[in-house]
Design a protein around this ligand. Structure first.
Ligand code: GRG
Length: 278
């Protein structure tokens, strides 16, 4: 079990969420060592969500972070248990690693809310429903020229992403602020930064997937990718989606300036989110 947990948690990911915890703590004048338990905890929640997302009952993926997914490398039951254990360990880490009880409870509350039914799990559930609805709609409208099911809008997409991706970004920044005992204004600015950054991350993620799909499909069939997919480039087109990501990153950078020099890493991270290629 320990091997499988380490395999999932220590796989080569970008560690964006832990970085956000540490950067927010630094921007608010805290010591980054104090934020390490929260940084580890959020990566545990993220790793659990990836392991469960890859399961046959969900996305059914064979590869993650360039390696076989946990259920392929080990087995399905192990992958379920790895996710369950990482989730519990995240909260143990927070409760044991933050010495001040009121800050520990505040951080636990923030992470539990982000991981729960109103955010991560709820977003995943709605995303799965949207995919099922789309498949059913395509099946029922095989002879129609329209490619997009009626309820697939940018608002719907954003509501899913705010919960599926944005919530853990927001929780990361909020926990960094909690550990640093930040004031309310700083917390509000970080929350605004998180909203822009989380959405920008997702638009860029969709653009990277879309371009990869397009290249792959173009190579195989010479055809265009499915423009009815529930993604930003699928709904808005590549150019508009790129412009949206650019504007969101610029707005995130603007929020980071509130912290002056102490917020320089938050600014650089926003640039990274826009410039990343994987
Ligand atoms: C199973 C409750 C549950 C939730 C799953 C995270 C998630 C929700 C699904 C993963 C599928 C996906 C592509 C989600 C949107 C973007 C995202 C979260 C990508 C992965 O995050 P990165 O790029 O991953 O930060 P690394 O590997 O770098 O940590």
């Amino acid at each position: 079990m320990g091997d499988a947990m380490r395999y999932a948690l220590l796989a080569p990911g970008k560690r964006l969420r832990p970085a956000l915890v540490l950067m927010a703590c630094e921007a608010c004048g805290g010591k980054i060592e104090d934020a390490l338990p929260a940084a580890v905890a959020v990566e545990m929640i993220h790793a659990y969500s990836l392991v469960h997302d890859d399961l046959p009952a969900m996305d059914d993926d064979d590869l993650r972070r360039g390696r076989p997914t946990v259920h392929i490398q080990f087995d399905e039951a192990t992958a379920i248990l790895v996710g369950d254990a990482l989730q519990a360990e995240a909260f143990r880490h927070l409760s044991e690693g933050i010495p001040d009880p009121s800050r520990a409870i505040a951080a636990i509350r923030v992470l539990a809310s982000a991981a729960g039914a109103c955010h991560l799990v709820g977003g995943q559930s709605d995303d799965l429903s949207a995919e099922r609805d789309q498949a059913a709609w395509v099946e029922a409208n095989q002879n129609s020229s329209a490619a997009v099911a009626p309820l697939r809008t940018v608002e719907h997409l954003e509501s899913i992403h705010r919960r599926k991706t944005g919530a853990l970004f927001s929780a990361s920044l909020a926990m960094g602020a909690i550990v640093a005992a930040a004031d309310e204004k700083s917390k509000t600015v970080l929350s605004d930064y998180a909203a822009d950054l989380g959405l920008a991350f997702q638009v860029v993620d969709d653009l990277l997937d879309f371009t990869a799909d397009e290249q792959e499909l173009g190579k195989r069939t010479g055809k265009d990718v499915d423009r009815g997919k529930l993604t930003y480039p699928g709904l808005l087109g590549i150019e508009v989606a790129r412009e949206k990501a650019k504007q969101l990153v610029s707005s995130a950078r603007q929020h980071a300036t509130y912290f002056g020099e102490a917020g320089w890493r938050l600014t650089r991270l926003a640039d990274f989110v826009y410039e990343r290629t994987q």
